[in-house]
Design a binder for this molecule. Structure first.
Ligand code: ZN
Ligand code: ZN
Length: 386
């Protein structure tokens, strides 16, 4: 028996005036999700904690059953792993952009969205700083910088001023530890060496750093739950989380409807699949409710094969967080979730959406409880007590 969690990124929403007070999920025609709601048990889940606005990173840690407050150390290390860098204990990792500077002032935070950065990456990897090894990887204008050495910390600020027209900032320690001070010093020395090394380069003549974090100390899904998982996602940070917890990250099909079919193939060889479909979130960030409805309907149409899968296995459909079209970013509202499978105690819910799911038998739960609930239904959890 297998389990799949299909995350429709940012699908949950709030009532929209133009839709007569319906949410995009309520307005969309979703016969397959509705069938799963009828055959399953529904509820609403808090991505991290009621009212907390979760990112896709913290919300996916929760969906995989981890406590983001204990395991999340920043985006830096997750993105680096997603880019294929193998991290070691104690690594301090920044996200970076190649940028254009004039003097010390940023004129373009993305260096004209430069595409070819392989040679620049070689230059960066050639920089040496006493006390820390530099490991750098880039994809187009974005990159990951790993500082590897003794006594480093993730508690340092950004050199990225986050807006053009502003000078590059000094990286500062965010706490009083010698580790944070040391990491800030190394990052600043690195920054001046980058400036020197890229002096004659154009348009990318600087590398700006942000989102530093130390490699999280995290148990694998296999150790924690005894399951062998695979992940299909297109977002680097979600792939990073999956590979950090020891899941196999499968190269995702470009088209999200193909990706859903791909999921069933991947489940042939794994106990558990986490699939992320990010397109509804993108439509919501663009504040386009019509596109969001269309994406939801297309996802639903592709879900057909999972109705068969759920005859003998367990499938959950949920959103990782709410992304209201009216706000254009994530909010802390709970998300609808349905778990369907052979032995669920069905409830009276017949439609899958934010308000219908709230009346279901799962009631209000935390996203981190969905996977344990599924594993319990599969009789794959340990007894607590005698
Ligand atoms: Zn998300
Ligand atoms: Zn988003």
């Amino acid at each position: 028996m297998k389990a799949a969690i299909i995350v429709c990124d940012g699908m949950a929403d709030r009532p929209i005036k133009e839709l007569g007070g319906k949410t995009p999920l309520e307005a969309a025609k979703t016969p397959n999700m509705d069938t799963l709601a009828k055959r399953g048990i529904c509820g609403i889940a808090d991505p991290v904690y009621p009212g907390i606005r979760a990112g896709s990173d913290t919300s996916h840690l929760a969906i995989l059953g981890y406590d983001p407050f204990k395991t999340y150390t920043g985006r830096g290390p997750l993105e680096a792993v997603g880019m294929g860098i193998e991290l070691e204990e104690g690594d301090a990792v920044f996200r970076c952009n190649f940028a254009t500077i004039d003097g010390n002032v940023i004129t373009d935070r993305r260096a004209g969205r430069i595409r070819e950065t392989e040679d620049l990456a070689k230059i960066i990897n050639g920089i040496s700083i006493p006390g820390a090894r530099i490991i750098f990887k880039s994809v187009e204008y974005r990159g990951s910088l790993v500082l590897r050495g003794e006594g480093l910390s993730g508690r340092v600020s950004d050199s990225d001023p986050h807006a053009p027209g502003k000078p590059i900032e000094k990286v500062k320690a965010l706490d009083d530890t010698p580790e944070a001070k040391r990491t800030a010093d190394i990052a600043n020395e690195f920054t001046s060496k980058v400036k020197e090394a890229l002096r004659d380069s154009s348009p990318a003549n600087m590398l700006i750093l942000r989102g530093c974090g130390i490699k999280p100390d995290i148990e694998s899904l296999k150790e924690k739950r005894g399951i062998d998982g695979a992940c299909i996602a297109t977002t680097a940070i979600i792939k990073g989380i999956a590979s950090l917890v020891g899941m196999e990250v499968v190269q995702a099909e470009h088209d999200y409807t193909d990706r859903i079919k791909q999921g069933l193939n991947v489940l042939e060889s794994h106990d558990f699949l986490l699939m992320n479909i990010k397109e509804a979130d993108e439509a919501a960030h663009d504040r386009d409710y019509k596109r969001k409805i269309k994406v939801i309907e297309q996802i639903d149409a592709a879900l057909g094969p999972f109705l068969d899968f759920a005859q003998n296995n367990y499938v959950a459909i949920m959103s990782d967080h709410t992304t209201p079209v009216s706000f254009g970013d994530h909010t802390g509202d709970p998300v609808p979730v349905v778990i369907a499978g052979p032995e669920v105690r069905t409830d009276g819910v017949t439609k899958f959406d934010e308000r219908s799911a709230a009346k279901g038998g799962l009631c209000r739960l935390n996203s981190s409880e969905v996977l344990p609930i599924m594993l319990n239904l599969m009789n794959r959890t340990e007894k607590f007590g005698a």
